[in-house]
Design a protein around this ligand. Structure first.
Ligand code: SAM
Ligand code: SF4
Length: 325
């Protein structure tokens, strides 16, 4: 599928649930009034049908995300299903998880032939981790991460940069990732969803982390291509690979190849735009009609997002757990 700006769209980020066992304070509000009623969450059959149609249209990579994807009860069956779609043109299945369920799932994920896993971790300090995630247990997450490593999954640690929270842990996290042979990405916090805090008070540009790492370990740009919008570097002293995602300070929309589907079946061609298509309404039609409509939706993918950390966000009622970060 090609959009009207000539971008090839071949990457789906699929949020299989909006529920989560953590409550990161930059991602979603404390009170769960923003969650969809359970009856609106896509059934396993609808998830299977949507992915099948999108693959027939040219989707080559699917990232399963959430909320926390591994707390969905039938996630094992769904992962088995999409891994079987490799015979139908799907090239890669990826997962983004907070790590809490990896002790249970790492082996299964690896046995299914899934190679890469992104695990979110914003602090290596258990008190801070508990505070940020509203009750999360760092030891449980670290055990999950080590289980993924033991099962030979290619681990990438995703860290959202947060002012006055983890800026003094950047070097420690780089060293820990290097020691464990994990790739790593630092991400700028995005104004997706209205929260009880000022986004600009949390915001830290990736340039801050880059400078700090460069000073301590040396940092050179490398040509390394992943599935996302990271720009990659290698440290001189530790030889580990670090990516930086800068939606606010260095827009990468001109190379965007992705679409997102929420757990209640809404397709967003752009994370930072409110334009969407309700797939549940389309499911009444046959696969051919759905395909025609979706080609048109994707052709009209917005040129770019209009995030600004100082403006009042215009993505008010949609949080990252919904759209799948
Ligand atoms: N629960 C899983 C996890 O945390 O990895 C998957 C879903 S989570 C929404 C996916 C990613 O989005 C995580 O790496 C998280 O840190 C990131 N994220 C959530 N809210 C964000 C925000 N406002 N700005 C930038 N990244 C955000
Ligand atoms: Fe849950 Fe992931 Fe959002 Fe944290 S970032 S609250 S783990 S969905």
């Amino acid at each position: 599928m090609i959009d009207k700006f000539g971008r090839k769209v071949n990457y789906l980020r699929l949020s299989v649930t909006d529920r989560c066992d953590l409550r990161c304070n930059y991602c979603m509000p404390k009170k769960n009034t923003f969650l969809y009623p359970k009856s609106e969450i896509l059934s396993l059959n609808d998830l299977k049908r949507i992915t099948r149609i999108l693959i027939s249209l040219g989707i080559k990579k699917i990232r399963v995300t959430g909320g926390e994807p591994l707390i969905r009860k039938d996630i094992g069956e769904f992962l088995e299903y999409i891994c079987s779609l490799k015979q139908k043109g799907l090239e890669e299945v990826l997962i983004t998880t907070n790590g809490t369920q990896l002790k249970k799932y790492a082996k299964k994920i690896s046995d299914l032939g899934i190679k890469k896993i992104n695990i979110s971790l914003d602090s290596l300090n258990s008190k801070k981790f508990k505070f940020l995630t509203n009750g999360g247990n760092l030891t449980e997450v670290l055990n999950g991460i080590y289980e993924a490593k033991k099962n030979k999954l290619d681990v990438k640690i995703n860290t959202v940069l947060l002012k006055d929270f983890n800026e003094n842990e950047i070097l420690k996290m780089v060293k820990w990732c290097a020691d464990n042979n994990f790739k790593q990405t630092f991400i700028e916090v995005m104004p997706v969803g209205k929260l009880n805090l000022q986004r600009s008070n949390q915001f830290l540009p990736v340039s801050f982390a880059k400078e700090k790492i460069k000073k301590e370990f040396g940092l050179d740009p490398i040509f390394f291509k992943s599935n996302g919008p990271s720009r990659y570097f290698k440290t001189n002293k530790l030889s580990n690979i670090i990516g930086f995602i800068s939606p606010l300070t260095d827009n990468f929309c001109s190379t965007c190849n992705r679409i997102r589907v929420t757990s209640n079946g809404v397709l967003y061609p752009c994370l930072g735009d409110n334009g969407s298509t309700n797939l549940v309404d389309l499911l009444k039609f046959d696969d051919n009609d759905i395909s025609k409509k979706l080609k048109n939706v994707i052709f009209n993918k917005p040129e770019k997002h209009l995030f600004s950390i100082n403006d009042k966000t215009y993505i008010n009622n949609r949080y990252m757990n919904t759209t799948g970060g």
